[in-house]
Design a protein around this ligand. Structure first.
Ligand code: XMP
Length: 319
């Protein structure tokens, strides 16, 4: 009979059989999927694994520090932390088209990852946290014609160029199963229970052109929103919640002055697999309190709106 404990043991054995005494490199993103892959691989092959964390400067507040401290200091996993934010933000300057953003980030990600992998020296395998829905959705939209809705940069590209064999232990799993496996592996709850975060990061939550300043503003608003959600005890009920910084400025009033600042949209959805989703019906007092905090505490935002679109017809992310 099938349990997560036996799945784990089976996967560990499969990884050992596949890899032998060769070296494996793994792209760590800080998300649940790659974290689970890293810890699973580490348990299977120990020091034969090196993780590379490419920091594009578009992560959530405090996330990079958390990743480094968990994997390097707690697990003692070989970890390369590459701060490439200047490169990414430089290339993204002036880019507004969502697909061009994704492709730009995807390409740079591969370049940087490849360079760091070369420095590590001669890995034969590449480990990836590809899930079942990634495999499906990057091929076609369920129930519709075969069109790519959004190109996911974490599927494809890298292995061909690097001439490496793939290790993808999560390919048959849905998100909730990945979380169960993470718990089985003893990963801390803040990692296991963390909402999904897209590979391109905050880039696709800043419609229009991206600047470091906008990313900083968004990070602050997003952190306040998530803190309020945790305080209200709603974090685990919600599949994904995040702030979006709109490329629209509106007029407001603060004290006896006029303001002219960005609009921030809040998004929260429930879902079981990310393929369909319903907007989360927050109580109005929650929304009011959160909006007030964001406007008072984040310079650069003077108006907050809540997104009530479900998927379909919307997508979860705004780009
Ligand atoms: P959408 O916006 O397509 O998102 O409804 C569905 C789920 O996928 C995540 N997402 C991505 N994940 N790379 C990723 O790794 C991407 O390019 C990407 N785009 C969207 C999104 O956050 C949601 O969980």
């Amino acid at each position: 009979d099938w349990t997560m404990a036996s799945f784990k043991e089976t996967k560990i054995q499969e990884i050992r059989d596949q890899v032998g005494d060769k070296k494996v490199i793994c792209g760590l993103s800080g998300g649940v999927d790659s974290s689970v892959v890293a810890v699973l691989l580490h348990e299977a092959i120990g020091d034969q694994l090196t993780c590379v964390y490419v920091d594009h400067g578009l992560m959530r507040q405090g996330e990079s520090e958390q990743v480094v401290s968990l994997f390097r200091e707690h697990y003692h996993i070989n970890l390369v932390h590459k701060d490439a934010s200047d490169l990414f933000l430089g290339e993204l300057a002036g880019v507004t088209d969502p697909e061009v953003k994704r492709k730009t980030i995807g390409k740079l990600f591969i370049d940087v990852f490849e360079e760091e992998a070369r420095k590590v020296g001669g890995a034969d395998f590449l480990a990836q946290g590809t899930l079942y829905p990634d495999v499906i959705e990057s091929v076609s939209f369920t129930g519709g014609p075969s069109v790519t809705i959004k190109s996911h940069h974490n599927v494809g590209g890298l292995p061909d160029r690097m001439n490496m064999a793939l290790v993808e232990p999560l390919r048959e799993l849905f998100k909730d199963e990945v979380r169960a496996l993470g718990r089985e592996l003893g990963l801390p709850e803040v990692f296991v229970g963390r909402h999904p975060f897209p590979g391109p990061g905050l880039a696709i939550r800043i419609p229009g052109d991206i600047t470091r300043e906008k990313a900083d503003i968004l990070r602050k608003a997003d952190a306040i929103y998530l803190e309020e959600i945790r305080n209200a005890g709603l974090y685990d009920t919600i599949w994904q919640a995040f702030a979006v910084l709109l490329p629209v400025k509106t007029v407001g009033v603060m004290g006896d002055g006029r303001t002219y600042d960005h609009v921030c949209a809040l998004r929260a959805v429930t879902s079981t697999d990310g393929m369909t989703a319903d907007y989360y019906p927050f109580p109005h007092d929650f929304l009011g309190r959160t909006a007030t905090r964001i406007i008072n505490e984040v310079r650069g935002i003077n108006r907050v709106v809540y997104d009530v679109t479900s998927k379909p017809p919307g997508t979860i992310e705004w780009e």
